[in-house]
Ligand binder design. Structure first.
Ligand SMILES: *Cc1c(COP(=O)(O)O)cnc(C)c1O
Length: 427
């Protein structure tokens, strides 16, 4: 597989190099050079989950890894399913929260861990990551106890739910966590500075597990095929419209890449909360990030979504037509209304999926079937879900287990020199 750096197209790398480097020169994202449709989509959709996933990834990676090798990796990484639930007449939720940390990020983080196990070599590797909530847990659990890997995770202090925090800040061992006095965008900026610090990089081997890593995006391409396969089984194969609750836009990048690979999806909806840089941009052509505002859907509190250049590229080079993407902002009031409406329909939802459902309902027309991504288990947002619905939410065993543990995090200002010193001390 060949990928090029979006900021410096002459830098070209293989999948293995892209996974190991994370970001390219000038902090450029890597993007696949030859995205081309898979020929027999119907046969592909008829396959079982991981066989199909291996086939999709072998195609995407241009057979840099064989289908057989990929199947082995996927059987380790994707040990849980993505069931489809009907929510109303013409809308379905693809539940992506049945992994060990109850959010879709388990798919990407666990596949990335498999890739690093395969490509990583013997030298110690330090993974530096920012999280707006769910990445932290997924990455921490995917790499927990792995030899030769240290994980350093930064998150905005007080801006993620207590249970989210408990899920990754209580592990210890090779998992180090830092509560940063600032926003998620500050944390993300610190990660970028780390990767730009050539002097530091000459002293230690660094990687990031953020959705800038192409292995995470690749993993997420798989479940869009699963969504359409299950819709077909339910004979709900009108024109498919997929609504994606978006923050850093990794999930939407994967969905649009699946479309480039020939997945029959009519169009996508990018649904954001009031942190709506992309919806405003899509309407006006003006990229104007505002200050990040905390919301109920906190994993989407991102004003400078770092995957957006990949999406822009798909339109710029003509892989996709602009008509296959619309964007919508869903405010806090509509998020709550959406949660209550879903509850009345027998579906308990957390705020992120509720944003996507609302966006879908605003947009879907006759002759279309709607699908939205259920990105996290409602219990992960227990407090806000209970507040909005007025109903108690039971904790699944994964959360009950860590709820009583102590948080082991360090705490810093959003200051690169503090992070740098911390990283050097970990060598
Ligand atoms: C990370 C996350 C999102 C946003 O996904 P992106 O790929 O960053 O756009 C949405 N919902 C939940 C629950 C998340 O954890």
């Amino acid at each position: 597989m060949q990928l090029y750096n979006l900021k410096q197209p002459e830098q070209q790398v293989s999948f293995e190099q892209a996974v190991l480097q994370g970001l390219g020169q000038q902090q450029g994202l890597f993007f696949p050079k030859n995205l081309k449709p898979i020929e027999d989509i119907d046969a592909l959709l008829a396959m079982d989950f991981n066989s199909r996933n291996a086939s999709v990834l072998a195609h995407l990676l241009d057979h840099e890894l064989s289908e057989e090798v990929l199947k082995g990796m996927l059987d380790e990484a994707f040990t849980f399913k993505a069931p489809l639930k009907q929510v109303d007449d013409n809308s379905y939720c693809l539940e992506l929260f049945h992994g060990p940390t109850l959010a879709f990020k388990d798919f990407g983080a666990r596949f990335m861990a498999q890739c690093l196990k395969r490509f990583g070599g013997d030298e110690k590797l330090t993974i530096v990551t920012a999280t707006s909530g769910d990445t932290g847990a997924a990455v921490a659990h995917a790499f927990y106890g792995m030899d030769n890997v240290d994980v350093v995770i930064m998150y905005p202090k007080g801006k993620i739910s207590l249970l989210q925090e408990k899920m990754f800040c209580t592990l210890g061992k090779n998992i180090k966590t830092i509560a940063v006095e600032g926003t998620f965008d500050d944390c993300q900026q610190l990660v970028k500075q780390t990767f730009d610090d050539q002097d530091l990089r000459s002293q230690m081997r660094l990687n990031s597990a953020n959705s800038i890593n192409i292995s995470r995006i690749a993993a997420q391409v798989c479940y869009y095929f699963e969504a359409v396969a299950q819709l077909k089984q339910q004979n709900a194969d009108d024109k498919v419209v997929i609504s994606v609750p978006s923050g850093n836009f990794g999930n939407l990048t994967a969905g649009l890449m699946a479309k480039c690979l020939g997945l029959p999806v009519e169009r996508f909806i990018a649904a954001t909360n009031v942190n709506d840089t992309v919806p405003r941009y899509w309407q006006t052509g003006n990229w104007a990030p505002a200050v990040t505002v905390p919301t109920l859907s906190n994993a989407m509190d991102v004003c400078e979504p770092n995957n957006w250049p990949r999406i822009e590229e798909m339109f710029k080079v003509g892989l996709l037509d602009k008509s296959c993407l619309s964007t919508t902002m869903v405010d806090e009031e509509d998020t709550q209304l959406s949660m209550r409406q879903m509850y009345q329909q027998g579906f308990t939802s957390e705020p992120h999926a509720a944003v996507a459902y609302k966006a879908l309902k605003r947009s879907i027309v006759d002759g279309e079937v709607g699908l939205f991504l259920g990105t996290a288990h409602p219990a992960k947002f227990k407090e806000s879900v209970e507040n909005v619905l007025g109903q108690p939410i039971a904790l699944p065993k994964e959360l009950a287990a860590c709820a009583t543990e102590d948080i082991l995090s360090h705490s810093f200002d959003a200051d690169y020199s503090a992070l740098r010193a911390f990283l050097l001390a970990q060598r």
